[in-house]
Design a protein around this ligand. Structure first.
Ligand SMILES: O=P(O)(O)OC[C@H]1O[C@H](O[C@H]2O[C@H](CO)[C@@H](O)[C@H](O)[C@H]2O)[C@H](O)[C@@H](O)[C@@H]1O
Ligand SMILES: O=c1ccn([C@@H]2O[C@H](COP(=O)(O)OP(=O)(O)O)[C@@H](O)[C@H]2O)c(=O)[nH]1
Length: 469
């Protein structure tokens, strides 16, 4: 079998600091464990200068090849074009998106440099799988250097609707770069549809049968591959969670109160201020629940140098203080807000002990927390998932209590409904959700993407010899 080379901005090198940040790193770490391979990307370190070659770290079965970024590259490529242009735009926050030409040039420069450093590590029979919006131009850069191997791309974020994508001054170059891949994967049908809309209406390309797309002189496959989680492992970990001292302490602090859980990177796309607002509405409108319920929000810092992330951090501190100031009593603090990360093994224990989870992003590619929450539940006494309809996960988890995160009264009602839900209904909803999670596991996600990639190169019927035009 050919070797797998995974490329992503975030690389989870074992025992290193940046290892556990975000769903992409969690998922790829697990996806590479089975058959091994190479994982190339940013080291997570900012250095005086960008490395001239990657540092190789062997932790069988994976070779990690990581590059330190110099301050200017880090600022223009990661903080700049990736996180102040593409991220807000892809999450429908045109109001926050900025388009300085310098950041775009930094983005192209770092992609070209990654291609040069990756090129010597590639074997003739490798399959190359590139991840996320930081790396869109990488395939065309690799092709420019003569790389002929199969290259696939998976977008972990949403792909925005046509009118939003067109606001990007470099939309044509970005779309053309996507078409340099052999397979382009999306989280949901919505994302795929938006991409195809661009192909048909803007690129002058065509959408053919079987997910084939013909555009910019190439034929590629565009398909939906919703990312999964390791359902059985998470369930096992959760069942034994009380062995973890932090989970025991959490339970002791609970007394007989119902816990509502929120776990998100501190990101404006996650809808945390809106969630606090909804919880406040709930406390105002359902006073019988005072002292009976506590909301626990875990929000590790993220992208701390980007101004919008600093602002949201300050906003949340103020809102949390305000909410507790208005409702807390000497024996009850309604909101516990932790601005730090918690190991995943501990998180699943917290999930198991909670009455409900609030996963209410304003927009999210998938949201693995929603899937992990369901997997961590006891089959006989499951908690309730309150889930935003704008999370990719809502497609598979439509038996959750689906909410509109922009409507605080609606979310407040959903909290009350979750807390009052009969055990029969909780079990029924959980069974409907765990089924697709067991079927679309993380292994199934990886295998189905690689299966599609290994069928490349794709050709349109009109490209095959003997086909009458
Ligand atoms: O690497 P960071 O800048 O610290 O950000 C963390 C990751 O955030 C995003 O995660 C996405 O991938 C998840 C798994 O597919 C998905 O569930 C979630 O909806 C996405 O937002 C980002 O796309 C990653 O590149 C980052 O590493
Ligand atoms: O304190 C934390 C917060 C989050 N996570 C993990 O980080 C991932 C977050 O992925 P998700 O897809 O929900 O969102 P992202 O941060 O990638 O946008 C999940 O696996 C969480 O279990 C964690 O281990 N500790």
């Amino acid at each position: 079998m050919s070797r797998l080379v995974v490329v992503s901005n975030r690389v989870a090198v074992p025992n290193q600091q940046a290892a556990n940040t975000g769903g992409l790193a969690v998922a790829l770490r697990e996806a590479l464990q089975a058959n091994g391979g190479v994982w190339f990307g940013w080291s997570g370190k900012i250095a005086q200068r960008t490395s001239s070659q990657p540092t190789l770290t062997e932790v069988a079965p994976v070779t990690y090849a990581t590059v330190d970024l110099g301050r200017k590259d880090h600022s223009e490529y990661y903080n700049g074009f990736a996180n102040r242009t593409l991220w807000p735009l892809f999450h429908y926050r045109l109001d926050l998106a900025e388009f300085p030409r310098q950041n775009y040039e930094g983005y192209l420069r770092v992609n070209s440099l990654f291609a040069e450093q990756l090129r010597p590590l590639l074997g003739d029979d490798d399959d190359i799988w590139i991840h996320d919006y930081h790396m869109i131009p990488l395939a065309s850069e690799l092709r420019r250097l003569g790389v002929r191997q199969r290259i696939g791309f998976f977008l972990h974020t949403p792909f925005p609707a046509l009118e939003v994508f067109l606001a990007l001054p470099s939309h044509e170059r970005i779309a053309r770069s996507l078409c340099a891949y052999d397979v382009v994967g999306f989280q949901t049908m919505n994302d795929l549809r938006a991409f195809l809309d661009y192909i048909v209406n803007e690129s002058g390309g065509e959408v053919l049968e079987d997910g084939l797309v013909k555009a910019y002189g190439r034929t590629l496959k565009a398909q939906v591959f919703p990312i999964g989680v390791e359902a059985e492992n998470l369930a096992r970990t959760a069942a034994h969670a009380l062995k973890v001292p932090a989970v025991r302490r959490f339970r002791e602090s609970q007394r007989d109160r119902a816990f509502l859980m929120g776990v998100d990177r501190l990101d404006y796309s996650k809808g945390i201020p809106e969630r606090f607002e909804a919880f406040q509405r709930f406390l105002e409108r359902y006073p019988a629940w005072h002292r009976q319920v506590v909301m626990v929000q875990i929000a590790p810092g993220s992208r701390a140098e980007v101004p919008e992330y600093k602002q949201i951090r300050e906003e949340l501190e103020a809102r949390a203080g305000h909410l507790n100031g208005a409702f807390a009593d000497y024996d009850w603090t309604p909101l516990r807000y932790l601005n730090k990360g918690v190991p995943r093994e501990t998180l699943v224990g917290f999930f198991r002990l909670s009455a409900a989870a609030l996963v209410t992003p304003l927009r999210d590619g998938m949201n693995l927390v929603a899937k992990e929450y369901v997997c961590a539940q006891s089959p006989h006494e499951p908690g309730v998932l309150i889930l935003s309809r704008f999370a990719g996960a809502a497609r598979e988890l439509d038996a959750a209590l689906l909410v509109n995160p922009f409507d605080p009264d609606g979310v407040a009602d959903a909290i009350a409904r979750a807390l009052n839900m009969s055990m029969e209904e909780r079990v029924e909803r959980w069974e409907a959700m765990i089924k697709p999670l067991r079927e679309n596991s993380l292994d199934a996600w990886r295998d189905s993407f690689l299966k599609a990639l290994r069928q490349a190169p794709y050709a349109a019927p009109s490209d095959t010899p003997g086909h009458a035009p």
